[in-house]
Design a protein around this ligand. Sequence first.
Ligand code: ATP
Length: 208
Amino acid sequence: MDNQDRIKRLLNYKTLLNQLQNLGFVKVFSDNIADALGVSASLVRKDFAIFGIAGSQKGGYEIASIVGKINDILGKNKEQKVVLVGVGRLGTAFLQFGKGFHNEGIKVVAAFDINPEKVDETKEIPVLPMAKLSEFVQENEIKFAIVTVPEAAGRQTIELLMSENIRGILNFTSLKIKSTDKTIINNVDIEHELARLIYNVNQLYNED
Ligand code: ATP
C-alpha cells in the first residue's frame, strides 16, 4: 500500500472527524468512517493500527484522540514555518492569503525578493533582501519554501534554497525540477493543470 495514499486517507479522516466533532459526536466506529468515505472498515482499522491509534470493536474510537494523533502524524501540532521567494503578483497573493494556512499549522514567516523596491522589513510578513536569506533560514530553522520568481530565475533560486538545506519546495515556476534525496520539490504548473482539466472536460463531453 502506497504511503501517500495512506496520508491522503488520514487527511480525509481528519476532515470527517472534525465535522463529526462539530456535530457533537464524541465517539465513532470504523464502520461509520468507512461508510462516509467509501472505503472498507478493515482498511480504516488497518490505517489506525499502523499509526498506533487505539480503539475497541465495541466502544469505538474517541474522536478527539484520533484527531490529536493524526495531527501528530501530519506534523500539524507543530507550526510549520515557510518562506516565500519572489514577491510579484502571485507571491503577494500568497502573502495576503497567509492567514488561510493557519488551520493546517502552516505559517509564512518571511518573504525574499531581489528587487530592493519590494523589500519592506516592517510588514507583518517582512519582505527581506536575498542577501538575508541564508542567515534567516539558518536562524529560524526553515525547512520549507514557496518559489514564485519568474521562470528565468527559478532554477538558481531553487538551487540556492537546496544549498541552504531547505527540505521541501513548492515550485510555482513552469520549470519541472526533480526532487533530490535531500529536497522534495513539488512543481505546481497552474497553466498545465488548467490545460489538463480542459482536455479532460472536452473528452468527457466530446467537444473541441
Ligand atoms: P510584478 O510585476 O509585480 O513583479 P510579476 O508576478 O509579474 O509581478 P515576476 O516577473 O513574475 O513578477 O517576478 C516575481 C517576483 O520575483 C518579482 O518581485 C521579482 O522582483 C522577483 N524576482 C525575480 N528574480 C528573482 C531572483 N533571482 N530572486 C528573488 N526574487 C526574484
